[in-house]
Every structure is written in C-alpha cells, then in structure tokens.
Design a protein around this ligand. Sequence first.
Ligand code: NAD
Ligand code: MG
Length: 385
Amino acid sequence: MKLVTILGSTGSIGRSALEVISKCRDRFKVTGLTANSNIRLLEDQIKKFKPEIVAVADGANAIKLRKKLDIEVLSGNAGIAEVASYSRSDFVLSAIVGFAGLLPTLSAVRAGKTVGLANKESLVVAGEIVMAYAAKYGSKIIPVDSEHSAIFQCVDGRSRESVKRVVLTASGGPFFGKSKKELARVTLEDALKHPNWDMGRKITIDSATLMNKGLEVIEAHHLFGFPSDKIDVLVHPQSIVHSMIEFKDRSYLAQLSVPDMKGPIAYALSYPERLEEPMPELDLSRIEKLTFRKPDTECFPCLLYAYEASKEGGTMPAVLNAANEAAVDAFLQKRIGFNDIPVIIKEAMNLHRKEPVTEIDVVIEADRWAREKAKAILMEIGDKK
Ligand code: NAD
Ligand code: MG
C-alpha cells in the first residue's frame, strides 16, 4: 500500500489525483491533504478519503474544520510544511499553484519523499536548490506536467549522450493564429476557454500567453539537465503527442495519449509500474492528422522571455515567474489587457540585477522584489488607460 499526501487537493490536479486513487483504493491510501480556501470541498475529501493529517492556509478555516471533523487540522505555511513532510507518507503530490508551492515542495524533498511534481513554478524559481536537495536527501522527483511526464517516459533507461534535443509540444492555447491587434481585444472569458485541457485559472492564462511553455522549458532544463537551447517548442494543436526526444541518429521517440492529466498523474503515482486504464482510450484511427508548427513568438513573446531568463540564470527566472503571477492575477481581475501581461514581465526583467541563487532566501527576496515592481508597472499601465 502506497501512502499518499496531496498538496493542493482541491485544485484541478488534486481532484484528478483523488479520482485516480478512488479507483485503486487497494494500492493507495491518502494520509495527508492540504488546501487553500475551498474548505467545503476539502471537508468532502476528508470524509471520503479519511487522511490522518490535514492543513489549510488560513487559521480561521482550520478552526472551522476542526469543529466539524475529528481530525488534526494544521494551518499556515508551517502546517502545510508539516503535512508535506509527514512521516506516514511515501509519495507527495505537489499540486499547489504558483510560488506558494515552493516551500511545501522543498519540505517534501528534504524529508526524502518521492515527489510527484505538478508545481512547475518551484523548479522555475529554484530549480538548482530543489534538485540539489533531492540528490542530498534521496528524494525522487517524478514529473506530473504532461510534457515532462512524456520526456521522463522517453528518456527512461537511455544514455544522456544519445539524446540530441528535447521537443516540448504546446497546444497553442485558445488564441493560436491570432494577430497582435486581435489579441488586444480578447477578453478574460475568451482566455479561460482552453481548447483541449481543463485546468486551473492561472495555468489556463499561462497557456494562452505561451508563458506556460516558457515555464516548462525551464522546468525541463532542471529535471533533465539539458541546456535551454537543446529544448525546443512546437505548437501541436491536437495535444496528442505530449512531447518527444530526438536522438543523435535523428530518430524521434514520442509519447502519445488523449489529453487527460489522469494519465501523467497515474504514471507518477505508480512508477515504475502502470495502472489499468486511468484515462480514456486514444483511438488513432479517428484522428485525421497530427500537425506541428513553430510558435509565433512575436505575438506571444512570453516564451522568448522565459528562454532569456533561463539563459541569464540566477534570480532572473524567479523574477520572470513573480512578474507573471502578478500580471496574470491582474488580468484575472480584469485590471489589465491580455497584451499587457508580457509588457509587465519584460519591464520587471529589464529592471532586475540578477544574483546567483545561493540559498532559498535569495529566491524569496527576488520574488518579493519582482511582485513589488510588477505592481508599480501595473499602476502605470492603469494610469495611462
Ligand atoms: P488550481 O488553481 O486548480 O489548484 C491549486 C491548488 O493549490 C488548490 O488546491 C488550492 O487550494 C491550492 N493553493 C493555492 N494557493 C495556495 C496557497 N497560497 N497556499 C496553499 N495552497 C494553495 O491549480 P491546478 O491547475 O491544479 O495547478 C496546480 C499546479 O499544477 C500548477 O503549478 C500548475 O502549473 C501545474 N499543472 C497543472 C495542470 C492542470 O492540468 N491543471 C497541468 C500541468 C501542470
Ligand atoms: Mg504542461
């Protein structure tokens, strides 16, 4: 029986993971859950899966839950960190969204857990530290992001030297093919309609700007050790080929399935084994074509900024990420337009003097600095309108 903790159990990934687990109750037992504010759903999950330890971000919510249920409910960063490192768990699914997932992920890694990593932002901002801790504390990191799960499956058991490059696929999002002029008029509602994937709001906007793919380039760099110039991106609107590797003999290996996160979640949970049909069948005979195109980085420059941040290194990826989180948040609140998102990120990056990431406090400070700068840039944009 594998003991499983889910950080961010009320989110899109967290809910899909519990769906997978509910069909394999003889293999997995949920021992820990955490959530931010959706305590109604968390309460249902606690009743169904009976974890031993739970944490929520806010103390008042913890008190409410404690009164209703006979279970230990912790709160705040310390509480979530305690659940992340809980002794009675073998596998921790890191599925909190954004920078907020960094410290809980590090807690799980430091406790030597096997970590199913959905929270790509932790690798983007502090990949050096997360991977060094994983090596030091014997923690295995298994990617849950579909592209990285695909690469993980493709490179498994192969020599690094045999791989020439990695190709990440991108759906292109809801605005693939639009001009900059058209993008200036898109609404939040348009941006939230992803053609292929049903995900949380932040990553859905990141997919529309192509920043999601930029973050994934940096994520792949840390996970698999390739420099970012050996990690390419192709737009593949069908989202069937989840990513591929090209070998030095020009041969390709790709991983295919329907676009359903239950696939990569199940693979991380059961690795190195596979579960029985966690996602629907891929009927290739009904798919007329699989197409691939170069991304349009003029209309979607966030992808370029991520490559730039990756090349710069140090605290620059943390600044890219924080400015993006601030800009996406403002877009979700309808305070800025779609094309303002890359402007804010680029300006914050231009203002930043990068530092080497020697310890986690440097990353936390860069994140704080960039959010403050992004806020000021946002206000300026607001004043001009
Ligand atoms: P979501 O918004 O649906 O869920 C986020 C979860 O994090 C929720 O349980 C929420 O309660 C928790 N949370 C948010 N802020 C928190 C905070 N400050 N403190 C503690 N908990 C907090 O997000 P999602 O779409 O499930 O994405 C989660 C992560 O997985 C992201 O990093 C995303 O990039 C990555 N990911 C998601 C998908 C997908 O299909 N949804 C695919 C690949 C990667
Ligand atoms: Mg992905």
